[in-house]
Structure formats: structure tokens, C-alpha cells
Design a protein around this ligand. Structure first.
Ligand SMILES: CCCCCCCC/C=C\CCCCCCCC(=O)NCC(=O)O
Ligand SMILES: [Zn+2]
Ligand SMILES: [Zn+2]
Length: 513
């Protein structure tokens, strides 16, 4: 072929390539700017705000501080500080006498330390809903804390203490909101329950599960359940500056395993080539070095990013809106940080490791506890298969302490009363923050409510910055005084918003190019 002819073919191919690239870019942009926006506004009347008096502000703070000083620690299903749980029960009676004496509220203690409040609405034709929170906390050894973890100390606008975020703030906020509504003469139309579990941190088998049994025996069905969970996150999603509210519409599954190695004990002067500690350490190390597969996009995880695509800065907005093309890249980026890694895969955490009694004794038994949180696209059986293959050592005995599959996905469409009511309340309280459904990475008492409703939402009504994530179950757990008021405001307005009998109608904003 002549050189001129080659040039002609080359030019045509280049033209074709540029045309293809042009079409692809146009398709990406069209998808980016035609996705439904997460920005919505609301039709119809709003509801009253709290408008705290100075006295009420003080009382709210004091109420939480007092609760944080009672060490309601759950160590295990068998070991809970029940004296403290009983004391906290007495404490809420003392702090919220109006709630306990109201003629429209029936209070009952369930399984000794959990509490169930049934608030009777004026319109019994409306289906009731449920607000959940829990009274127990995880242990907090004082090392590393700036203040004693059970002091409830207030410093620079923050109240510190184990349970400040998880989850005594919600216990106090929900009761305080109800108390203030009663004080202002508000009469709810729709009946609702407030359930306060006492063993959420160790399963909810004694508290939340018994509450469910009680309600089931009475034939109760719920319109929706709201419990702790995701939150209004700020600076947590890479590339999104403004606060966004994430509502957990599902919750990861969980498996807790004991790995045990049993080897002959003996004198440390004649050690075998491998000890029970060495064998076990190698096994858990294999589990850590071989994370479960990245399953981004195989469950509902991608939906959250797609929904929030418009909130990301360029070029992330184009990538999030076009996960069909970019999800391999995005999934790799997400696995770099523990908080987003938890969204894309089943996580593996070695949480307890025990062996040895003396420096000159070869240990007999070594045992480790490993906790997995299951991605919604994986099952308990699938994860157990992977674990056995990874450990791959017959000397390591694997026993399942507890396991459950990921929870069903709750509806989050425009016709769902619970989701839309939450969204409307979030908008009002958190300056119109965009709202998206997400996967709750921790477990909650609400998982026991699946037979009472299909609409379970895990949302803690406070703002969390990236640096706050490590405070949950970690050091220096704290909530700002402003955050505590906002949270109380949230429940105050939620209870009123739930009194409408129709689903709130949202107007979706259009994207601006
Ligand atoms: C792409 C990044 C998304 C990151 C989303 C992280 C948002 C973090 C928000 C809240 C923290 C999650 C706490 C969940 C509640 C945990 C309740 C609990 O402790 N339950 C007991 C247990 O899980 O063991
Ligand atoms: Zn919790
Ligand atoms: Zn917790």
C-alpha cells in the first residue's frame, strides 16, 4: 500500500478512536448529570423545634453526664455489671419523672434491666413505630484516656465518657425529647415505643430479643424501627466536603470463632520446634494477611456512592456516577482506609489472644478469638469455608461461638414512610444534609426486629468527623454539647413528623452543569 493510503487509513482509525472517546465522555457526563440528586426539599408543613430554655440545656447535659458515670459495662453474655444496669434504671426514673408518670405512657421492665415504653397515640388506626437505644457499654480501661472514662467530664464543649456516642446519648436524647414534648403539651397521634436494651454490646439476646418476644405475643407489628448505626459523616467520604447523612438500611452479618491449639506442655529448656503459641500465631497471621475478597458492587454498597455522586468533587463525581466503568478503581481506593474497607468486604479482626502462664513453661493451650463482619453479598457458610482453607492446619481447632447472616435490605424508596420521615427530619435538623442509604458496619439490637417490620433503619443522629470514628469503642469517646442538643432535637421532631398519616413528599433538586 502506498504511504498516502496508509496515512488515510491511520487518519480514519484516529478519527474513529476520537469519536469513540467522545461518545464515552458524553455517556459518562450524561449519566453524571442525570442521576437523581440526593438534594431534596419538602412540601407541606414543618414541625415545632425544641427551643431549649437555659435551664433545659443544663438539665440535658446533666442527664447525660449522670448516665455516663454509671459503669454499665458488658464484658460478655455471662458477665455484665448488673448492679450498674439496675442503678441506671433507677436513674432514668429520677431524671425523667414526667415520662414515668404520664397517663399516655406504659412503662415496663423487661428481663430485669431492659425498658420498654409504650406511648399511646390518639389515633389507634395508625401503625406504631419503635425508637431503640441501649444502656450497656463496652469496657473502658482508663489507660490512654484524657479523662477517667466513667467521669462524664465536660471539657471545651464536649462531654467525655464511655457511652457518650455508643449509645447513652441516644437513651438520654430520646427520653429527653419525649419529656419536652409532654412538658409542652404535645399529644402524639401515632403510638410508638421506646426500647432500651441492656445487653446490645454482647448480642441483645436477653434484652432486645425479649422485648421482641413480648411485642410478638401481643400481635404488635411496627411501621418502622430506628436504632443506632450510621450517622451524619463529615470528612469521612474522601472527596466529599459537606456533611452527608448515611442511614443504615442493612447491617453486616457476623461470625465469632475460637481458634484453639492444644500441644503437649513441658519445660522451656527443651522446646519443640513449634509451640501452641507459634502454631496459633501463624494461623491468625494467615487470616490477617489474606483478607476476604473485595466485594464492592456485589451488594448494596455501590448504591450509596451512586446516590451521593453529585456531592463528590470532579473527577470523583463522574467516577461515582459511572461505577459500571470505574468500580474496579474505586473498590481499590476504598479498601485503603479501615472505615471504607469495612464497606467493601467481610472484615477479619483478631480480638482476643490467650496463652501461657509462666516464663519457663511451654504452654499447653493457646486460644484466639476472631470476629468477622460479613459483607451483605456473603453468607456465614461461605466465610467459614474460606477461613478453613486459609488456616489450613489440622492442629488448629475452629469452633463457632456465634454467627448470623447479613440483614435484609430495608426499603428506601419514595413511598416508604419510615425512610422518608427520617430523611425529612434529618434535613430539618442537619441543615439539609444529603441523605443516602448505606451498610451499617456494626451490629445493633434492631436486627432482632425483622419479624415485626421490614423497615429497619440504623442511624445515630449526630455528626461524626473522621477522627471521631476511632473514639467508638476506643479512647476519649465524647459528644459535643451542641451535638447532644441536635440529637435531642432530632427525636423531638421525628416524633412529630411520624404523626403525619401520609408519606412526606420530597422534591428532588436538578443537577447544575
Ligand atoms: C466509605 C466510607 C463509609 C464509612 C462509613 C462509616 C460511618 C461510620 C459511622 C458510624 C460508625 C459505626 C458504628 C455502628 C454502630 C455500632 C454499634 C455497636 O457497637 N454494636 C456492637 C457491635 O457491632 O459489636
Ligand atoms: Zn451501640
Ligand atoms: Zn458498641
Amino acid at each position: 500500500m502506498s504511504r498516502a493510503r496508509w496515512r488515510g487509513v491511520g487518519g480514519a482509525l484516529l478519527g474513529l478512536l476520537l469519536f469513540g472517546v467522545g461518545i464515552l465522555v458524553a455517556a459518562l457526563l450524561v449519566r453524571t448529570y442525570t442521576l437523581p440528586s440526593s438534594q431534596v426539599s419538602w412540601q407541606g408543613p414543618g414541625v415545632a423545634e425544641v427551643k431549649f430554655t437555659p435551664d433545659e440545656r443544663q438539665l440535658l447535659k446533666r442527664a447525660l453526664i449522670g448516665a455516663l458515670r454509671i459503669p454499665t459495662v458488658s464484658f460478655s453474655e455471662e458477665e455484665q455489671n448488673v448492679t450498674a444496669l439496675a442503678e441506671l434504671g433507677e436513674y432514668i426514673r429520677r431524671v425523667f419523672p414526667r415520662v414515668f408518670s404520664s397517663s399516655i405512657i406504659k412503662h415496663e421492665v423487661v428481663a430485669e434491666y431492659s425498658h420498654l415504653f409504650a406511648v399511646q397515640g390518639s389515633d389507634l388506626s395508625l401503625k406504631p413505630y419503635m425508637i431503640l437505644a441501649h444502656l450497656d457499654v463496652v469496657p473502658a480501661p482508663p489507660e490512654g484516656w484524657d479523662v477517667p472514662p466513667f467521669s462524664g467530664e465536660e471539657r471545651d464543649g464536649y462531654i467525655y465518657g464511655r457511652g457518650a456516642l455508643d449509645n447513652k446519648c441516644c437513651v438520654i436524647g430520646a427520653l429527653q425529647a419525649l419529656d419536652l414534648l409532654l412538658k409542652r403539651g404535645y399529644k402524639p397521634k401515632r403510638s410508638f415505643y421506646i426500647g432500651l436494651g441492656h445487653d446490645e454490646e454482647v448480642s441483645g439476646h436477653k434484652g432486645a430479643m425479649k422485648v421482641v418476644e413480648k411485642l410478638q405475643s401481643r400481635g404488635v407489628k411496627l411501621l418502622f424501627v430506628i436504632d443506632e448505626g450510621l450517622a451524619v459523616v463529615e470528612g469521612v467520604l474522601h472527596g466529599v466536603k459537606k456533611p452527608v447523612a448515611l442511614i443504615g438500611t442493612t447491617e453486616k452479618g457476623s461470625i465469632t470463632l475460637n481458634l484453639t491449639v492444644n500441644q503437649p506442655p513441658g519445660h522451656s529448656s527443651m522446646p519443640p520446634a513449634e509451640t501452641s503459641i507459634g502454631i496459633l500465631a501463624a494461623a491468625v497471621s494467615r487470616l490477617e494477611r489474606n483478607p476476604m475478597p473485595n466485594m464492592f458492587g456485589e451488594g448494596p454498597d455501590a448504591f450509596m456512592f451512586e446516590k451521593l455522586a453529585g456531592e463528590f468533587a470532579f473527577p470523583l463525581n463522574v467516577m461515582m456516577a459511572n461505577l459500571w466503568l470505574f468500580s474496579p478503581i474505586i473498590s481499590r481506593v476504598l479498601e485503603q482506609k479501615p472505615s471504607s474497607n469495612a464497606i467493601v468486604r467481610t472484615t477479619t479482626a483478631i480480638t482476643i489472644f490467650n496463652a501461657g502462664v509462666k516464663a519457663n513453661v511451654i504452654p499447653h493451650i493457646a486460644r484466639a478469638t476472631v470476629n468477622f463482619r460479613l459483607h451483605p453479598a456473603q453468607t456465614v457458610d461461605e466465610v467459614l469455608d474460606i477461613v478453613r482453607n486459609t488456616v489450613n492446619d489440622e492442629r488448629v481447632e475452629i469452633s463457632v461461638l456465634d454467627s448470623f447472616n447479613p440483614l435484609p435490605i430495608s426499603p428506601h424508596d419514595e413511598s416508604n414512610f419510615g425512610y422518608q420521615t427520617l430523611q425529612k427530619t434529618i434535613h430539618s435538623v442537619f441543615s439539609a444534609a444529603p441523605v443516602a442509604p448505606g451498610i451499617c458496619i456494626g451490629n445493633t439490637d434492631s436486627r432482632h426486629f425483622v419479624n415485626l417490620t421490614d423497615s429497619i433503619y440504623r442511624f445515630s443522629p449526630f455528626k461524626l468527623k473522621a477522627e471521631d470514628l476511632s473514639r467508638i469503642h476506643g479512647l476519649n469517646e465524647r459528644i459535643s454539647v451542641e451535638g447532644l442538643e441536635q440529637l435531642t432535637q432530632f427525636y423531638y421532631q421525628l416524633i412529630q413528623n411520624a404523626d403525619f398519616d401520609k408519606v412526606p413528599v420530597a422534591h428532588r433538586a436538578t443537577h447544575e452543569l
